[in-house]
Design a protein around this ligand. Structure first.
Ligand SMILES: [Zn+2]
Length: 158
């Protein structure tokens, strides 16, 4: 068995009166991400981790933000396309671990649903997907609610 590890990181600015999408679901929030796509930082971090593990170029290369095809796109579509590229190289996902870093809202109530959505796309059991959340204890851009970050690690096997 051939194993490949990948990691991905994504950041987005937050602004009032925008939808907040994380892990493929819409979360009630005063602020949402500014982005060319729907701004789902968690799915973007997972895409980059998958691409990295498979030895493919990053998400910005695969889905350029200058391309109108991807304007306001549902990031689940990007994850599906990314997973198809990974599968085309003969890999399947062993597990994904991830962390979202933001001040608010609390995302704990939405984590099970995120795991369900992500596991459905990358074709693993929900238990193979981990989504964690943390804050920066009010420090820095995340603490000031100016933005959020997401981190993901993926293990692939072939
Ligand atoms: Zn992003």
């Amino acid at each position: 068995m051939n194993f490949r590890l990948g990691q991905g990181i994504d950041f987005h600015r937050l602004e009032k009166d925008r939808d907040l999408w994380l892990g493929g679901i819409k979360i009630p929030s005063e602020k949402g991400c500014i982005a060319h796509s729907d701004g789902d930082a968690l799915l973007h971090a997972i895409c980059d981790a998958l691409l990295g593990a498979a030895g493919l170029k990053d998400i910005g290369h695969q889905f350029p933000d200058t391309d109108n095809e991807y304007k306001n796109i549902d990031s689940k579509v990007l994850l599906r396309k990314t997973f198809a590229m990974v599968q085309a190289k003969g890999y399947s996902v062993v597990n994904i671990d991830s962390t979202i870093c933001l001040e608010k809202p609390k995302i704990a109530p939405f984590i099970d649903k995120m795991k369900e959505v992500i596991s459905g796309i990358v074709k693993v059991e929900p238990d193979a997907i981990s989504v964690k959340a943390t804050t920066t204890e009010k420090m820095g851009f995340a603490g000031r609610e100016e933005g959020l970050a997401a981190f993901a690690v993926v293990l692939l096997s072939r």
